[in-house]
Write a protein that binds this ligand. Structure first.
Ligand code: PLP
Length: 358
């Protein structure tokens, strides 16, 4: 079967197999990796190797810290303003979908949020204002945006240019799916449960000159400088998730790295969008240049066939295609772990469904 869930999402089959083999006896330790101390030499080595592999995969420069944090993507929605801004300061946010909107709602508790621009469908009409029309604050602490919106299937086609404030990006649903120029960003973060590993873990990549400005009342486990000082082990880290993330990084290197994944991801997305666009039966409204490579929402022209579509798909082992509760319809998430054969199986099914039901 193929699992198209937006997250937690499927992990590479090879990784799951290895984890299964090592489950009760990791590296001859006589117990699971989840049962050993995070202070043990064996775990410290695992953790360092995972960080090293991620650094290689993403070409992360040495002046960036890599943190393995608790609290998922949303945890960072509140950690970011607490670490990067002082009370009463402004921060600019681009809203391009449900997740950047959620980031705004959380940040408002801490910082004076300015919405620089809104991209997406407003009253059924697509709007994507050019960057030169955005309204930026005079002294923003940072500029936050979400390059790939998981719910809406919207991907920013460019990195904002010449923004004075440090760029902060929520890469939860696209990290490691294509090359990203880390140096353009002050901070990158991602919840793990799509392209990295189990939920709960999040990865933060932050330029070191931004460390050390956390507000006095920031929870210690969210204080980037403190986490960096303790190699992300100020408290007990999510060790099993970290281990699985390390296996995924190794797997990615074996596949040929992020460039290679990007080629494959483009191929997968192209096949799926083609199938949608070719038929009046299916519809995706996002303009081509803003379409996500990872999350592909689509509607059936006749929504009364939705449940038949989902039921028959499931019978063929095509799982979790139901769209997000906020937008309805269907959504296929095709992260790194989804092989081309999975997308092929889905598009074959979609074409067959049209023939039988259309
Ligand atoms: N940001 C994006 C882009 C997401 O897709 C998600 C979750 O799906 C989140 C943030 C929130 O992550 P979490 O549920 O780990 O808090």
């Amino acid at each position: 079967s193929y699992n198209f869930c937006a997250g937690p999402a499927m992990l590479p089959a090879d990784v799951m197999k290895q984890a299964q083999q090592e489950f009760i006896d990791w590296q001859g330790q006589g117990c699971s990796v989840m049962e050993i101390s995070h202070r043990s030499a064996a775990f410290i080595e695992l953790a360092a190797q995972a960080e090293q592999d991620l650094r290689e995969l993403m070409t992360i420069p040495d002046d960036y810290a890599v943190l393995f944090c608790h609290g998922g993507g949303r945890g960072q929605f509140s950690a970011i303003p607490q670490n990067l801004s002082q009370s009463g300061q402004a921060a600019d946010y681009l809203v391009s979908g449900a997740w950047s909107k959620s980031a705004v709602d959380e940040a408002k508790k801490y910082v004076d949020v300015n919405i620089a621009a809104t991209i997406g469908f407003t009253d059924e009409e697509w709007k994507a204002p050019e960057q030169n029309t955005w309204s930026l604050s005079e002294n923003a602490a940072y500029f936050h945006y979400c390059p790939n919106e998981t719910v809406d299937g919207i991907k920013m086609p460019y990195i904002p240019q010449n923004i004075k404030a440090p760029l902060v990006a929520d890469l939860s649903s696209m990290i490691l799916s294509e090359p990203v120029d880390v140096e353009k960003f002050g901070l990158i973060y991602a919840g793990a449960q799509k392209n990295i590993g189990p939920s709960g873990l999040s990865v933060v990549i932050v330029r070191r000159d931004l460390l050390g400005n956390a507000r006095a009342n920031t929870p210690s486990i969210m204080d980037y400088q403190l986490l960096d000082k303790h190699d992300s082990m100020f408290n007990t880290p999510p060790t099993y998730a970290w281990y699985l993330a390390g296996l995924v990084f190794k797997w990615l290197k074996e596949q040929g790295g992020v460039e290679k994944m990007h080629q494959l991801n483009q191929q997968k997305a192209q096949l799926l969008y083609q199938t949608i666009d070719q038929s009046d039966f299916y519809n995706n409204r996002v303009p081509v240049e803003y379409r996500s490579l990872m999350n592909v929402p689509f509607q059936l022209a006749d929504s009364s066939l939705d449940s038949a579509f989902l039921q028959q798909a499931e019978q063929q082992g095509l799982l979790a295609l139901k769209g997000h509760r906020m937008v309805g319809g269907m959504r296929a998430s095709i992260y790194n772990a989804m092989p081309l054969s999975g997308v092929q199986a889905l598009t074959d099914f979609m074409q067959d469904f049209v023939r039988r039901m259309g």
